[in-house]
Design a binder for this molecule. Structure first.
Ligand code: ANZ
Length: 806
């Protein structure tokens, strides 16, 4: 019988669906395993082979865990609110709901054709009112807790899209040729900063890639410093700056405040006022990115005013510059050009003095020494001296001195900003708030608050969402009086902040999640997704999770215990896949041609999961041939039926090979090293063919190991071997540790072709290691000492020969 993968794959996909094979079990007796994918936004372009990589990986884990006796939760859903469907609606008038439905069904179709073992009874969609009523519910909890507030915020306003962009979206949009300006707008803001410390601390206990943790730490940006007050000459008040280097106070030669600083215009002397006003107006038009870009040339204007340096009573000119951010620290800094490169550039440009107060222990030739591996110099007055102190001591002494003089106080700052949570869009969760004529606001009592139908999806001229045009929806009346509904909707991040909780109990009408179910299933044991979510999605989700923890809705402090980022799959041209490059390989295309099992195996065989790697369609042929070889172990005769192998015994060598293979495949699968697990199975299959052994135990062991990787062929062969029902929960094979040990080999060591000694090593020991052991053999050493080694020859598993001279 031929290996007819299209028919076999269809057959088993139908079987799994009919028998609900992958439904998570109801009871809580078994140990659980929750393996989650970052759910996709169902875009119109469909899935490509890159998307399937992470999903294949998580599916192997899910199937493996089932075969190890776990009750597995492996769900899938749709992050379906979002801009593309809305923009398509603006262009074509098609309701985003219709676009979304169409795309979802095409995505679902592709994922099912891959044979992924999702529990489809738990499918969720963030745009479903039964789902987003809980997103709205969480928002109202945030509001009740004082963690959601309104504020006039300077936003990144995209003129063409008539929408607010997140800081991290600006660069991309500007690159697309759109105009982005700063403009104040009333926004809902979430107080994520209240959780900064916990978001930082709790990273420690997570099994996440170190680089992702570091990116989160940088994003939160905790810094310890001191706020210092400088007395203003002629102003009878103080100017407060934030510095992380109070130890450099003797080296401060001028101060800089941001253009939005409340004192900016007040400090301008009559002579400087025109210049100052012009500078402030110009700065307004720039985005934060334009202002703080490191490459950017510094600009600034002198106010005409001076402040006094408290350590030496020197007058320091006060400047205004847009590289100082209004929203960080106090919006004012003391400049130490000898030890801060931005200050140095600024001082050079405007001819301001530079004074060294920190010496590096090494002779560095840099003009600016920014390091902290240093000793203070030129830093004493009658009361305090830092000279000779290392950074931490100098910091401490100065901080204490300033505090004792009431000239400053220690302060912890975070880079993290509160989260601007409103969008002027239609296709998002409505924010369930009512505004009354007297200016008061109330929460919507009845959830879900659904989106009304609209005629046009364009935002209004004032920048409000299209909801502002729907009078019947917009206005209402209740016991408090007449109200207007909030027209802002939530950002796309909202729905993905808590979806992993809904999968646990997706149809609960009373609660977001049943506490018993939550306690059983949480945490997510393994979360697999792209590195592009290293910061925002993961930080926002962790924030909401902590809020839900404080509310008693969840029992764990963190949502995702282990995180894994798969490396991107590039196009065949080694470039990132993109429509514009024309190098996208659609999933359906390869699926149709090679079948799901071959695509799954190939994606995992491409290289280590975390690595970025190019696609190569020809490479699939290799794994297809491998599947053919596996098939022929059970169906040796193309025209005949399955031939069940006999009960014949395995030769000793093959038996050992089998146990080693099982051990390696288990270990590698648990460590997500799928490429090496597959390679090991390939070796085993070659051995089975080479020896012609027809042992039932050997062949069944192979089929069981292969099942998580290539489930369709495994099911079919399992059936062909005479078993009834699915292979999905048949226990994964065990190995005998005594038989799985690596063989110990005896290696001969020759010098110029003469046997001089031997040593022992494990099979598969790398060449370098063998050479090293050979050189260390006592009886060999004396022949190498003083001689020049001309050549080293290694015959694997057999011998090492040194060709020497002299
Ligand atoms: C004097 C100084 C001397 C500084 C020196 C650095 C090196 P982090 O670590 O990010 O907290 N700064 C303070 N507020 C600022 C603002 N609103 N906009 C731009 N820069 C600001 O950085 C804190 C340091 O960044 C502060 O320490 C301050 O410069 C600057 F050798 O003060 B420093």
């Amino acid at each position: 019988m031929k290996y007819d993968f299209p028919q076999i794959e269809k057959k088993w996909q139908a079987y799994w669906q009919e028998h609900a094979t992958f439904r998570a079990e109801e009871g809580h007796q078994k140990p659980k395993y929750y393996v989650l994918d970052m759910f996709p936004y169902p875009s119109g372009t469909g899935l490509h082979v890159g998307h399937l990589e992470g999903y294949t990986a998580s599916d192997i884990v899910a199937r493996y865990r089932r075969s190890r006796g776990h009750n597995v939760l492996h769900p899938m859903g749709w992050d379906a609110f979002g801009l593309p469907a809305e923009q398509f609606a603006i262009r074509t008038g098609t309701h985003p709901r219709l676009t979304t439905e169409k795309n979802v069904s095409s995505f679902r179709q592709t994922l099912q054709s891959m044979g992924f073992s999702y529990d489809w009874t738990r499918e969720i969609n963030t745009t479903d009112p039964d789902y987003f009523r809980w997103t709205q519910w969480i928002f109202l909890k945030l509001y009740e807790m004082g963690l959601a507030y309104q504020s006039e915020v300077d936003v990144n306003w995209c003129v063409e899209l008539r929408a607010v962009l997140a800081n991290e979206e600006v660069e991309e949009k500007v690159a697309e040729g759109l105009t982005v300006v700063r403009r104040p707008l009333r926004q809902w803001v979430l107080k994520i900063t209240a959780y900064a410390e916990r978001l930082l601390e709790d990273l420690e206990g997570l099994d996440w890639p170190e680089n992702v943790k570091q990116m989160q730490r940088n994003w939160i940006g905790r810094s310890e410093g001191v706020e210092v007050d400088f007395e203003l000459r002629c102003h009878r008040r103080m100017l407060r700056v934030y510095t992380t280097r109070p130890d450099t106070l003797f080296g401060a030669t001028y101060l800089v405040i941001s253009p939005e600083h409340p004192m900016a215009e007040k400090l301008a002397t009559a002579q400087q006022l025109v210049e100052v006003k012009r500078y402030i107006a110009e700065a307004r038009l720039k985005t934060e990115l334009e202002r703080t870009g490191l490459q950017k040339e510094k600009t600034g204007v002198f106010t005409g005013s001076y402040a006094i340096n408290p350590v030496n009573n020197e007058p320091l000119p006060v400047w205004i510059s847009d590289f100082v951010l209004t929203s960080y620290g106090t919006g004012a800094i003391m400049s130490v050009p000898a030890h801060d490169s931005r200050d140095w550039e600024f001082a050079k440009k405007f001819g301001l003095p530079i004074r060294e107060v920190v010496k590096s222990p090494h002779d560095v030739l840099e003009e600016v020494y920014e390091g902290k591996d240093s000793t203070a110099v030129n830093s004493s007055n009658d009361e305090i001296s830092l000279d000779g102190l290392r950074f931490p001591e100098a910091f401490e002494r100065m901080a204490s001195w300033l505090e004792s003089r009431k000239l400053g106080e220690r302060k912890v700052n975070y880079r993290l900003r509160d989260w601007i949570f409103s969008r002027q869009r239609y296709w998002g969760e409505p924010i369930p708030i009512k505004h009354y004529e007297d200016g008061s606001i109330e929460a919507e009592t009845e959830l879900p608050l659904c989106l009304p139908e609209v005629e046009a999806y364009q935002p209004t001229e004032t920048g409000e969402s299209p909801l502002a045009n729907i009078e019947e929806w917009l206005f209402g009346h209740d016991e408090h009086g007449r109200f207007r509904r909030e027209t802002n909707t939530m950002p796309q991040w909202a729905g993905s902040c808590w979806y992993y909780l809904r999968f646990i109990d997706p149809r609960n009408r009373e609660k977001l999640v049943d506490p018993g179910e939550e306690q059983y299933w949480m945490n997510v044991d393994l979360y697999i997704g792209g590195a592009e979510h290293a910061v925002l999605h993961l930080l926002y989700a962790r924030f909401w999770h902590k809020v839900l923890f404080d509310l008693g809705v969840v029992s764990t402090k963190e949502p995702f215990q282990k995180l894994f980022n798969q490396g991107m799959i590039l196009g065949e041209d080694n470039e990132k896949m993109s429509k514009s490059r024309g190098n996208v390989i659609p999933a359906d295309h390869v699926l149709h041609k090679y079948g799901a099992d071959a695509v799954r195996l190939y994606e995992m065989f491409l290289g280590p999961l975390e690595q970025v790697k190019p696609w190569n369609t020809n490479g699939i042929e290799g794994v297809s041939r491998f599947l053919g070889r596996v098939w022929r172990l059970v169906h040796p005769d193309i025209d005949g039926p399955a031939v069940a192998p006999g009960e014949e015994a395995m030769p000793d060598e093959l038996l050992r090979r089998m146990h080693k293979t099982v051990r390696k495949v288990r270990l590698d699968t648990e460590n997500l090293k799928f490429n090496t697990a597959i390679a090991e199975m390939m070796v085993f299959v070659n051995e089975l063919h080479r020896t012609g052994c027809r042992s039932r135990q050997a062949i069944e062991t192979l089929v069981l190991m292969l099942a998580p990787y290539a489930p369709h062929i495994a099911e079919e062969l399992w059936e062909g071997l005479g078993h009834a029902g699915s292979i999905a929960r048949v226990p994964f094979p065990d190995f005998d540790p005594a038989l799985a040990v690596d063989d110990v080999l005896t290696i001969a060591v020759q010098v110029n072709g003469k046997l001089r000694g031997t040593f022992q090593c494990a099979a598969g020991t790398p060449k370098e290691e063998m050479l090293e052991s050979a050189r260390a053999v006592e009886s060999v050493r004396k022949f190498l000492e003083g001689a020049t080694i001309m050549k080293e020859i290694v015959v694997p598993a057999k011998l090492v020969n040194f060709a020497v001279k002299g």
